[in-house]
Design a protein around this ligand. Structure first.
Ligand code: ASP
Length: 427
């Protein structure tokens, strides 16, 4: 049987999905019933795959954090690793935002022919817009306080059921930490149990990953079939702005950090993480991609289980470079389109809120729209501006999620290397 590496299989699936999606889109536009049937099929397969990934997230996050923290032991190891991880996450997100800010100031996508593009872009009042606004209504600056509330959920089972990863992570950190302080007979048992659960979860991940090409075909095909290409035209400059900024972060900033700080081969990092990046692209969900990125990090990059199981679950939840960059560019774009005076203070506010909210954004599709609403409220713009973003949001979501995952993996490599691990990509 033909045995292509997984990332090639996924790439081929993406190309096939785009072609099929475009055909289905034109069938749908001509109201030919076959289009809807094929699209339903793709949606079905995609959802099945996504459910498979989501199914393992809660046990995977809990078992990896608990066993990771417990093996790190008490005191200084944990503090050192935590400090490095958070420091890297903050620095890389800030760099991503500043890259976005630079590119959006250079290309000014919200200004067309010297005029704010508000009317040209035909700020919609579609059904989709009103349902989005309904979802994000009332989420002002209170949302930032809510991030802290989510860190300490009153009910851990409810938090798990609702996919509140931040609460789960904090609970896992506490559990792992205090587990090391109980009587050794119980400690051993608990450690074995959590390590056993973790290994089992990784086994299931490997199994689900075999179906990635099929799942990716369904997810991407369905997206292309519903959006088509024509609707992108008016937003092309905005799209290109985000694309360029994400590319600069991924292909310039991060490789420089990898090369000079982590002292590894950046190309090796990209190649090793390829299956995870393509899964992130297809699912537009950092949380959903977590099992795959952990597998790639350990097998292909060669980081230890100790580093991977601490850094990556945390990253999938709080570190989102692509999202932070997107929030900044999107808010600036809307501000430009409305003709808002972009003073230093306004831009500074946008940068800070983008940084803070990107920590609290959930690793699920379209989650940053809520954060953008918070930024718009803070700089005094109407939430309707979000309407401008809906057309391109899905495709840009796929791209920014891949950047989110790449940055998490770079942090894991950085931590691994500074902890004295060799990895397969060391220079
Ligand atoms: N979809 C992104 C993620 O899961 C979050 C976002 O930017 O909407 O990483």
């Amino acid at each position: 049987m033909l045995k292509l590496p997984l990332h090639w299989q996924i790439l081929i699936a993406i190309v096939a999905a785009i072609i099929c999606g475009l055909i289905v889109n034109s069938l749908n536009q001509n109201e030919i019933a076959a289009g809807a049937h094929v699209q339903n099929g793709m949606q079905f397969v995609g959802k099945l795959f996504l459910n498979g990934l989501k199914m393992i997230i809660v046990p995977l996050i809990l078992s990896s954090i608990i066993s990771g923290v417990a093996t790190l032991g008490q005191g200084s190891d944990l503090g050192r690793l935590g400090g490095k991880t958070l420091g890297f996450y903050m620095a890389s997100s800030l760099m991503a935002i500043l890259t976005g800010l630079l590119v959006v100031n250079l290309l000014t996508p919200g200004i067309i022919n010297g005029e704010p593009a508000k009317d040209l872009l035909n700020l919609g009042n579609s059904e989709e817009l009103s349902s989005t606004l309904e979802k994000i209504e009332g989420r002002g600056t209170g949302d930032i306080a809510a991030v802290f509330h989510r860190m300490l959920p009153a009910n851990i089972v409810k938090a798990a059921a609702e996919g509140q990863m931040l609460g789960l992570i904090c609970f896992g950190l506490l559990f792992g930490f205090f587990m090391t302080r109980i009587e050794s007979q119980y400690k051993e048992t608990l450690l074995n149990v959590w390590q056993g659960i973790f290994d089992t979860m990784m086994g299931i991940t490997l199994f689900i990953m075999k179906f990635t090409p099929i799942g990716v075909f369904g997810l991407v095909g369905n997206t292309v079939a519903s959006t088509g290409l024509a609707s992108f035209k008016p937003l092309m400059i905005f799209f290109i702005t985000v694309l360029l900024a994400l590319a600069a972060h991924t292909f310039i900033t991060m490789p420089l950090m990898l090369k000079y700080i982590a002292r590894v081969n950046p190309w090796g990092q990209l190649r090793g993480m390829a299956p995870a990046l393509l899964t992130a692209f297809s699912t537009a969900s950092s949380s959903g991609t977590l099992p795959v990125s952990m597998e790639c990090m350990e097998k292909n990059i060669g980081a230890s289980n100790r580093t991977t199981s601490f850094v990556l679950p945390l990253g999938a939840t709080i570190n989102m470079d692509g999202t932070a960059l997107y929030e900044c560019v999107a808010a600036m774009f809307i501000a430009q389109a409305y003709g808002l005076d972009l003073t230093f203070a306004t831009q500074f506010t946008i940068v800070i809120i983008a940084l803070l909210t990107s920590i609290g954004v959930a690793g699920i599709p379209a989650a940053s729209l809520v954060a953008i609403a918070v930024i718009l409220a803070a700089v005094g713009l109407p939430a309707e501006g979000i309407g401008l973003l809906l057309v391109t949001d899905r495709i840009l979501d796929m791209l920014r999620t891949a950047v989110n995952i790449f940055s998490d993996s770079c942090c894991a490599t950085f931590v691994a290397r500074t902890e004295g691990e060799e990895t397969h990509i060391a220079r």
